[in-house]
Design a protein around this ligand. Sequence first.
Ligand code: CAA
Length: 296
Amino acid sequence: MKKVTVIGAGTMGNGIAQVFAMNGHHVHLVDVVQEALSNAMATITKNLSRMVVKGKITEEVKTATLANIITFTDMAAAACEAEIVVEAATENIGLKTKIFRQIDEVAPAGTILATNTSSISITKIAAATSRPENIIGMHFMNPVPVMKLVEVIRGYSTSDEVTSEVMELSRQLGKVPVEVNDYPGFVANRILMPMINEAIYSLFESVAGVEEIDTVMKLGMAHPMGPLQLADFIGLDVCLAILQVLHEGFGNPKYAPCPLLVNLVAAGKMGVKSGEGFYLHRRDVNNLEVAPNFRR
Ligand code: CAA
């Protein structure tokens, strides 16, 4: 079992910590904000309790999983003995390179430094460290405990050994790893984000309404969520940031974010996390309600 440090206790970070801890690894979960750590532990406890109620795990497994996670606000203390670090901080290249520079200084020499980035270049992140051969992308999907895929991204200098180890570790977590090379959006978001952007364009150009667009993709293509609901779920700010990476990275106008997406983010409508995007997301309401601006 490995000593794993997970950096960032947001939605992705707490899901990653839960999956490692459920599989017996010793997890140090680190965030600069103590409240984020408390919220993460509350979410993990709630997820595990739901699994106990459904008979998927025993109370003993829940207790052991929680005991496998220790929280930290000090990155050096959290990472000084790590065998692998998985960074899941906000999707911002300046922040990520800063974190990797810091971890490079405190983590032992052989430690693998993985990033859960959804689109930022692994090669650029690796260039901020003294061990580019040990830097790799480990891109989990949301919700992490449910989704089977891990996109394993090789940077320009990532070694074969590190790639094999991360592929094997992902399998050991019960996931299906897929190896891809380091180009903008990798594979997952290079395909997903243009679809979401096109759905937003269809709304922007009044081809159809929010529910109609989502129904077409749910019932016509068997997607579990329509693209507009999925955009809300991912976060409209995250979708915009990924499209900007694709647009800049390829220099191709086909990736230009729809002006409606740009406007929504500028207005603070980020989807589930802000309570409104294409839909209203109220905690006490189960049925999805289209946001006021998009009612027909
Ligand atoms: N954490 C843990 N478990 C969760 C969960 C969460 N946040 N949300 C749902 N689940 C579990 C439920 O407990 C339930 O478990 P059981 O099967 O054991 O009962 C199961 O998932 C199904 O949940 P529900 O019955 O409540 O609802 P659902 O059938 O509508 O499924 C969903 C919910 C799994 C989220 C499904 O709607 C879905 O697959 N949506 C698409 C998700 C997707 O595309 N994710 C990728 C986003 S892109 C990304 O992450 C990468 C990026 O870089 C942007």
